[in-house]
Design a protein around this ligand. Structure first.
Ligand code: TYD
Length: 206
């Protein structure tokens, strides 16, 4: 009998939606079943990807350059980390993936969605998450949550409420088009309720 391929689960939502706490909880739950978990993030996840991340979060650049860099980091991520992990049976939990490019660069910044589709096809050749948890929250609530964190935030977190409204709507639109892959949770709910909702869903993924 061959090794059963792991599952690739991604987590999305605007900045300040509270993804981290929930990814932590799901990671513990999956490990408790004796399954290997690889926890990662985008942009980043690999040595080259983390360098690209540093550039993306701090340097001003055009949306085209930005989009190419997100995909460059993603190509490295999928080839060197995600696919090998899935093939040895690990579950991969990624804080953001390609949906974020559609939401931020297309929804937020007006990059043509067809160009993103072309880059996605060229870079990933149909590779996609098995499941995606979308943390949906109003930009106002998310901004209040970000405000209690230390520091002034990165280049993306300093965007306007109007920007985050477009990003949120782009995420909701993607979720509506692919309801089998997406689980949308109300991120303004209590952490306990959200955790219970994800746990319940996780049992169906096993
Ligand atoms: P993230 O790691 O979630 O930020 P933080 O560590 O501050 O919580 O993501 C960094 C930023 O990059 C975030 O604002 C979203 C943005 N982003 C895009 O614009 N496009 C993408 O394709 C990805 C993956 C992230």
């Amino acid at each position: 009998m061959g090794i059963v391929r792991g599952r690739f689960i991604t987590f999305e939502g605007i900045d300040g939606a509270g993804k981290t706490t929930q990814i932590d909880a799901l990671e513990r739950l999956i490990r408790s079943k004796g399954i290997e978990v690889v926890r990662t993030r985008e942009p980043g996840g690999t040595p080259a990807g983390e360098k690209i991340r540093a550039m993306l979060l701090s340097d001003d650049m055009t949306v085209r350059t930005e989009t190419l860099l997100f995909f460059a980091a993603r190509a490295e991520h999928v080839e060197t980390l995600i696919r090998p992990a899935l093939e040895r049976g690990a579950w991969v939990l990624s804080d953001r993936f390609t949906d974020a490019t559609y939401a931020y660069q297309t929804g937020g910044k007006g990059m043509d969605g067809r160009d993103v589709e072309a880059l996605e096809a060229w870079t990933l050749g149909g590779f996609a998450p098995d499941r995606t948890v979308l943390f949906d929250i109003s930009p106002e609530t998310a901004a209040r949550r970000r405000a209690v964190r230390a520091g002034e935030g990165d280049r993306f977190e300093r965007e306007s409420t109007a920007f985050f409204t477009r990003v949120r709507n782009a995420y909701l639109d993607r979720a509506a088009r692919d309801p089998k892959r997406f689980l949308t949770v109300d991120a303004s709910d209590t952490p306990e309720h959200i955790e219970a909702r994800i746990r319940e869903e996780f049992l169906t993924w096993l």
